[in-house]
Ligand binder design. Structure first.
Ligand code: C5P
Length: 253
């Protein structure tokens, strides 16, 4: 394979230069990390599942007119994406109380929120991605007021789309995180949903049993993470049967 130029390596993904200007190749690794990478493990097949699941959500969003960076899936672990400038914010949408919201406000996990709550964290691992307000975002110039209006609207539209898709397969979308990128096209600029959408970045609970089907399985040692993600992918029809589709072909000697 031709040697490629690595543009960026994160905890769960690598970005390579793409085949054409304005494109990148996003590679999904099997690395699972939590608590700002204090807990780490390799979960075989996770990258393959997240590549497929992110393709499923991003292409669905593209199809209903919510722009994303996703162009096409290339293979089991890679997708072609539009290169964009990531706004340094984690945009979190919550439908039910969980995680850091419960820690901060003393709410009981699972409390239904009266309306979707959108929060922003400043993307900086060394600071632990602190929660910030729109005043911080404006004061430090991370996004303009019109961009913030658009980000809020994108986040709520993504929430409606994903909540509906998950509801249809008996899963509650408790909360999720998205990232937003700026794509530059000649003198124009537009905002797109970027990074990934997968059970790494959502909280997903079975509606009937409350069973967790997301990264909390890894964070809290609740079982096999790849079983949980496989169940999500199977319920959505993203993979047909079992884990055999998640391992790369190997040379038979
Ligand atoms: O930890 P917290 O409760 O703030 O997370 C809210 C949602 O955002 C969860 O679905 C979590 O998986 C996601 N998240 C993420 N990446 C982060 C922080 C949170 O995907 N760095």
């Amino acid at each position: 394979m031709a040697r490629r130029t690595k543009v960026y390596e994160g905890k769960a993904k690598i970005l390579y230069e793409g085949p054409e200007p304005g494109t990148l190749v996003q590679y999904f690794k099997d690395d699972a990390t939590a608590f700002n990478a204090k807990k780490k493990e390799i979960i075989e097949g996770k990258g393959v599942l997240n590549n497929r699941l992110s393709e499923f959500f991003m292409s669905g969003l593209n199809n209903i007119g919510i722009p994303t960076h996703f162009l096409k899936r290339l293979n089991m672990r890679e997708q072609l994406i539009s290169s964009c400038e990531i706004i340094p914010l984690e945009v979190i949408v919550r439908n039910f109380a969980a995680g850091t919201l419960c820690e901060r406000l003393g709410l009981e996990e699972g409390t239904r929120l009266s309306r979707p709550l959108v929060e922003y964290c400043y993307k900086d691992d060394s600071l632990g991605d602190p929660l910030v307000s729109e005043e911080h975002i404006a004061a430090f110039g991370w996004a303009s007021h019109p961009e913030m209006d658009e980000i809020l609207s994108l986040a709520l539209r993504v929430n409606d789309f994903m909540s509906g898709i998950f509801y249809g397969v008996g899963i509650r979308l408790v909360d999720f995180k998205i990232e937003i990128g700026k794509v530059f096209e000649s003198e124009f600029q537009r905002l797109v949903v970027a990074d990934e959408i997968s059970p790494d970045s959502c909280r997903l609970w079975d509606i009937e049993s409350g069973k967790k089907l997301d990264k909390d399985v890894f964070r809290r040692d609740l079982g096999d993470l790849s079983d949980a993600y496989t169940e999500v992918a199977m319920r959505l029809g993203v993979i047909q049967s079992n884990k055999s589709q998640l391992t790369e072909p190997r040379l038979v000697k």
